[in-house]
Design a protein around this ligand. Structure first.
Ligand SMILES: [Ca+2]
Ligand SMILES: [Ca+2]
Length: 385
């Protein structure tokens, strides 16, 4: 009996060693990161977004619920080699404002969108911009059904602003509108179909020619276990293509879509599926390639963020079991690199690429907040590979 017991223990240990080997298959050395609390406010700080300008500044906006209940969009910025500024609100008294997004154009003008609730309680998209060394402009309001939510924006090389958002009515249509540089807003157009009920907020990028590319996750409105990634573009002569399916999952497993487009107009998409991060791409005039897994392991990989740089290199970060940040790159024609691994507890995140670093923001409660009410905005910086 004793010998059999030892044998089974030995088999078990060999199995465990093998399992450890498997589960750490895409890992390298783990490095610690400085986690900076850039909000430090008594209110609940959530929904951060980040952008970087050509001077190496990072800008972070977020939704701040002050102790008096007022919801406002706050901003903090950090010059290259400097410290974060004290948070300040962008606009008052046009509140409540929620769910901000920020981009920087090639003149280093900041552009911000958010969701604004008008005095009648209707949801509208709010837009404002701030030229370098200037002030925020009087906000412009884009209104459709009074149920706007989760806007996203992108700016092209010509300074045109492209926005997408969801109206929470009927089949939750996804809308797009464009503002010409120093011009006015176009009439919003619906870019979703009625049978593709959006699950996630739409994500938009623009290419060098100024065309927009949009993804979101969708399902049918009827109870079903099927969900999919939807893509559409206006790259065919300003008319929007019928949304196409990038990837499908039979157990509602697709989430967190993230999209990038490079200077060759190749469109890249990543998302979370079956505890892993999936990736695929297409050229402007071809179909989507079959999705591949960026880094297959048994642990939970989620919240991917994808950007491309001017050299066409893809930079992808994601969270591994919440406690680690993985960072992989992909050069044109190559496979994904072995990920760099950083020890940091983070949740749903946003990322911006600066000259030599990635800036990453996320929201969670502070360590001293035992009631889990005072959420803060945290920033970490990772050397660019
Ligand atoms: Ca706070
Ligand atoms: Ca995994």
């Amino acid at each position: 009996m004793g010998i059999q017991f030892s044998d089974s223990v030995r088999r078990c240990c060999v199995g465990m060693i093998f399992l450890v080997f498997i589960t750490t298959g895409c890992q390298s050395d783990v490095e610690a990161l400085d986690v900076i609390n850039i909000s430090n406010t008594p209110g609940r700080s959530e929904f951060p977004a980040i952008a970087a300008d050509s001077r190496g500044y990072f800008y972070v906006v977020w939704e701040e619920r002050a102790p008096n209940g007022i919801l406002d969009i706050y901003i903090s910025e950090r010059p290259l080699g400097g410290d974060w500024t004290d948070p300040e609100y962008i606009l008052e008294p046009l509140t409540p404002q929620r769910q901000p997004e920020v981009v920087v154009d090639n003149e280093n003008t900041l552009h911000v969108v958010g969701q604004y609730s008008n005095p009648q309680g209707g949801g509208e998209v709010l837009y404002t911009r701030k030229p370098l060394n200037g002030d925020w402009t009087i906000p412009e309001i884009i209104r459709m059904y009074g149920a706007a939510a989760r806007p996203d924006l992108a700016v092209d090389n010509g300074g045109n602003i492209h926005i997408v958002w969801v109206e929470l009515v009927g089949p939750w249509p996804v809308f797009y509108a464009k503002k010409a540089h120093n011009g006015s807003w176009s009439t919003p157009v619906q870019i979703s179909t009625d049978d593709a009920f959006p699950w996630s907020s739409p994500e938009i990028v623009v290419d060098l020619q100024g065309y927009a590319h949009v993804v979101w996750t969708a399902s049918t409105q009827e109870p079903s276990s099927l969900n999919w990634m939807t893509y559409t573009t206006n790259a065919q002569g300003d008319t929007w293509s019928s949304p196409t399916v990038v990837a499908l999952d039979s157990a509602l497993g697709i989430g967190s879509p993230t999209i990038a487009v490079d200077n060759e107009r190749t469109i890249h998409v990543a998302w979370s599926q079956n505890r892993n991060i999936s990736y695929t791409f297409k050229f402007t005039d071809t179909q989507w390639n079959a999705p591949t897994s960026v880094c297959s392991n048994s642990t939970v990989s989620e919240w991917p963020c994808l950007v491309t740089d001017n050299a066409g290199v893809l930079h992808l970060v994601w969270s591994e079991v919440i406690s680690e940040l993985y960072y992989a790159t992909k050069d044109t024609g190559s496979d994904w690199s072995e990920p760099d691994v950083y020890q940091v507890t983070l949740y749903s995140m946003k990322m911006a690429l600066s000259t030599n670093t990635l800036g990453i923001v996320f929201s969670t409660h502070s360590e001293t907040d035992t009631l889990l009410e005072n959420y803060e905005i945290f920033f970490v910086e990772v050397p660019k590979k």
